[in-house]
Design a protein around this ligand. Structure first.
Ligand code: ARG
Length: 460
């Protein structure tokens, strides 16, 4: 049988495979709240401008409320023959309330309807991801405060470079996440225009009030161009690109957790709650959650590239291609939501192995730069010369298989005659850390202040 919504000019119904490739209700049913919200705003506007009577609007309101309840309680039968969430809800509405239901689609198309629903959904998701991001930032800052003075080796090239504090390291991720949060807010602000009333592509001849529906739905204003409004998916792409970057940050942190939890590093202890065992090796405690978060960036970035590729080359205005916009966005949202929650749990449970971290913080001649700086400061050697002198002392210590601080003053002065005993003061891990007081440096006093400042900001 021909489609009850648009079948007027059709003699027969679609082929089974046509129905199957066309139907989106299998995934876009997720948009039901947004769809009903949009319809309520539209109906209120139609009544205000005289296109619906008060009674008709009330019938629609009541009908949609009943449908919402049915969906919520799992009593709504979504039908693929009705293609998508919009026609499923609208046809059920007409079944229930008759004529008034059939008037709801006045001055509206599914093209502006889906553009509106989807913006509302992405906006809600941005709010959710933003909240989770800030919760994780608070978790990291809390741990950073607790461990603001715990030394660990700082790496470059994954080679021991200079001592840093564990708190400083954790706060680096707070900075990354704060940029993600700021990008989410930016994306939200740009998204917040209402396509409803653009109709199919050209606008409408009915005297609608687009500012009213925009306001009703929490948008800042109506979109300015009807062709753009029904075909634009920039908001979804921007959201996916922000999520990709955020997932990349989470992936980097995950990788560090995996390394830190290995026997070779032995820097942290992951809680039982966020590790798994092996079915064959009884001793194992595997960082699976961190590994999965490390991997999720793959699918999230895939979702971004997938949608970019769908949108590429699409002529104006609406084309059914854009129905393929939803699954990547839903998928990426599920992935980032899970990742943030798992990371939050891991971080809050994370216990550093302080002795081990301190031991390695001082290994590998990690205070060699402090020695070179001392030669510049105390002996006024040019830095390049100081670098060379220090290099020779490192090589001497390496040959003796001892640390820099284990070289005698005679050995030191054999390389640079003016070195005196006060040099030993700068060769310890704690002295090195305490000296890094430049803005953004790792001095524990700095780190403490930064962590407190973040917690203060995040508590608002
Ligand atoms: N399910 C469609 C989508 O997601 C809704 C818009 C359909 N519009 C149309 N003219 N067929 O894009």
């Amino acid at each position: 049988a021909a489609n009850p919504q648009w079948g007027g000019r059709f003699a027969s119904g679609p082929a089974a495979i046509m129905e199957e490739i066309n139907a989106s209700v299998g995934f876009d049913h997720i948009l039901w709240r947004q769809d009903i919200r949009g319809s309520l705003a539209h109906a209120a506007m139609l009544r205000k401008v005289g296109l619906l009577t008060e009674e008709e609007e009330n019938d629609i309101r009541r009908g949609l409320a009943d449908i919402a309840r049915d969906i919520e309680e799992g009593r709504f039968d979504f039908s693929p023959a009705l293609e998508d969430i919009h026609m499923n809800i609208e046809s059920r509405l007409s079944e229930r309330i008759g004529e008034a239901g059939k008037r709801l689609h006045t001055a509206r198309s599914r093209n502006d309807q889906i553009a509106t629903d989807f913006r509302l959904w992405v906006r809600d998701s941005i709010d959710g991801v933003l909240k989770q991001t800030e919760a994780l930032m608070a978790g990291l800052a809390t741990q950073a405060l607790r461990y603001h003075d715990v030394p660990m080796p700082g790496f470059t090239h994954l080679q021991v470079a200079q001592p840093v504090t564990f708190g400083h390291h954790l706060l680096a991720y707070v900075e990354m996440l704060s940029r993600d949060a700021s990008r989410l807010s930016d994306a939200r602000a740009r998204l917040n225009e209402c396509p409803l009333g653009s109709a199919a592509l050209a606008g409408t001849s009915f005297p609608i009030d687009r500012s009213m529906t925009a306001q009703e739905l929490g948008f800042d204003r109506p979109t300015a161009n009807s062709l753009d409004a029904v075909s634009d998916r920039d908001f979804a792409l921007e959201y996916l690109s922000v999520l990709s970057m955020e997932a990349m940050h989470l992936s980097r942190l995950s990788e560090e957790i995996v390394q830190w939890a290995s026997a070779a590093f032995n820097f942290v202890h992951l809680s039982d709650a966020f590790t798994t065992g092996s079915s064959i090796m009884p001793q194992k405690r595997n960082p699976d959650a961190a590994e999965l978060v490390r991997a999720k960036v793959g699918r999230i970035t895939g979702d971004l590239v997938g949608l970019l590729t769908v949108m590429k080359g699409l002529p104006l205005a609406y084309a059914k291609d854009t129905q393929e916009d939803k699954e990547p966005v839903f998928d990426a949202t599920t992935a980032i939501t899970l990742s943030l929650a798992a990371m939050d749990g891991m971080i809050r449970d994370l216990k550093p192995n302080k002795e081990r971290m301190r031991e390695l913080a001082g290994a590998g001649f990690s205070t060699a730069t402090d020695l070179a700086d001392w030669l510049v400061r105390e002996l006024r050697l040019p830095f390049r010369t100081a670098h060379h002198v220090t290099g020779r002392l490192v090589s001497m210590a390496e040959q003796k298989t001892c640390d820099l601080a284990d070289l005698s003053l005679e050995e030191m002065t054999s390389v640079e005659p003016n070195i005196n005993a006060s040099v030993y003061d700068v060769l310890t891990v704690d002295a090195s850390l305490a000296s890094r007081t430049s803005i953004g440096g790792t001095a524990p006093a700095n780190v403490k202040k930064q962590a407190e400042a973040w917690l203060e900001r995040l508590s608002k």
